[in-house]
Design a protein around this ligand. Structure first.
Ligand SMILES: N[C@@H](CCC[C@H](N)C(=O)O)C(=O)O
Length: 318
């Protein structure tokens, strides 16, 4: 570039893209989100606007954006209200690329923490708050040091292959020398879990590009790489380490629904059905995954972990 060339355009400001907008930033084990309180359902952000806000270089930066809106304002929320009229708040979740996902396990804990900090709900330690999501009703219990979420029942995506072979798909990933067998699990959103042989494989994974999954999932998938056992659990039973490539985001430091899928797959492969509580180590911290019978008689997954708000701000041109 010479001195006479015109200066490159600095690009639009966030305010010019989305208008003035108060927000908070939070995370759950390093999975980070921009949170927007929208009690009157005014902030209808499109895919490009969300992607711009979540951009780590030209926006605020986040693995996703969560809008707190009354369930009444969203079609899926209105359906939930028919059987759970107490589910006043709905978690309108978007990935960093602006795409919609049905569910976010870390996000729903941070969401409830945000509602509390905005004085939009009142929740004692031990009390339960029903939340509407595109993945259905979720019950969030406030703990002393975080939140536990009844994520509801889980499912194998290809039931027959999963139960007969323990594997139903194949994944090709940079950094792994071979194509690996994998297991597809729905936590409301789709997951593909791959077992690794050792810690060197876990370290060597290159998750900068989207892993190739065959057969190709119609709506994409989140891919979890798991290593049974984790150093903080003596004997290792009921524990695992994982890294994740999230649909619509890329590699993240943690994924709550992914931790649930990883525990389900590892329990299935090791036939450890007697272990009701699992300890999951992700790059961003530690999560718990429990299994218990729900009121509907089906097995439910309960995800527990921390939720932190780190900042508040206002999108303005400055
Ligand atoms: N990080 C989340 C999952 C977010 C959605 C996911 N990327 C998808 O597209 O399904 C979690 O904590 O569960």
């Amino acid at each position: 570039m010479s001195a006479t060339d015109p200066a490159p355009s600095p690009g639009p400001t966030l305010e010019s893209v989305v208008g003035s907008l108060p927000y908070a930033k939070g995370h759950g084990t390093g999975n980070d989100f921009i949170l927007i309180a929208d009690p009157t359902d005014q902030h209808h952000l499109d895919q490009a606007q969300v992607a711009q806000i979540c951009d780590r270089h030209t926006g605020l930066g986040g693995d996703g954006l969560i809008r707190a809106v009354p369930s009444e304002a969203v079609a899926e929320g209105r359906t939930i209200l028919e059987s759970a009229p107490e589910a006043y708040w709905f978690m309108d979740y978007r990935n960093a690329d602006g795409s919609i996902s049905e569910m976010c396990g870390n996000g729903v804990r941070v969401f409830v923490h945000f509602l509390l900090s905005e004085n939009l709900v009142d929740l004692e330690v031990g009390a339960v708050l029903p939340i509407g999501t595109r993945g259905g009703l979720k019950l969030v219990t406030r703990l002393r040091d975080g939140y536990a979420v009844d994520m509801g029942p889980w499912e194998f995506i290809h039931d027959k292959a999963a139960t007969e072979n323990g594997l139903d798909s194949r994944v090709l990933t940079s950094g792994l020398p071979t194509v690996r067998g994998a297991l597809s699990i729905s936590m409301g959103n789709p997951h593909t879990v791959v077992a690794l042989a050792n810690a060197a494989e876990l370290r060597a994974l290159d998750l900068a590009s989207i892993p190739e999954v065959e057969p190709r999932p119609e709506h994409g998938t989140n891919v979890e790489y798991v290593l049974a056992g984790n150093p903080s659990v003596p004997g290792g039973r009921g524990s695992l380490r994982m890294r994740v490539h999230e649909r619509g985001v890329g590699e993240t430091l943690s994924c709550g629904t992914g931790a649930c899928a990883a525990a389900i797959a590892t329990r299935h492969w090791s036939q450890a059905h007697d272990v009701a509580q699992w300890a999951i180590q992700v790059p961003g911290g530690d999560l718990g995954v429990g299994f218990e019978e729900g009121a509907d008689g089906r097995e439910h997954v309960v995800l527990s972990g921390p939720a932190v708000l780190v900042a508040r701000g206002d999108i303005t041109a400055g």
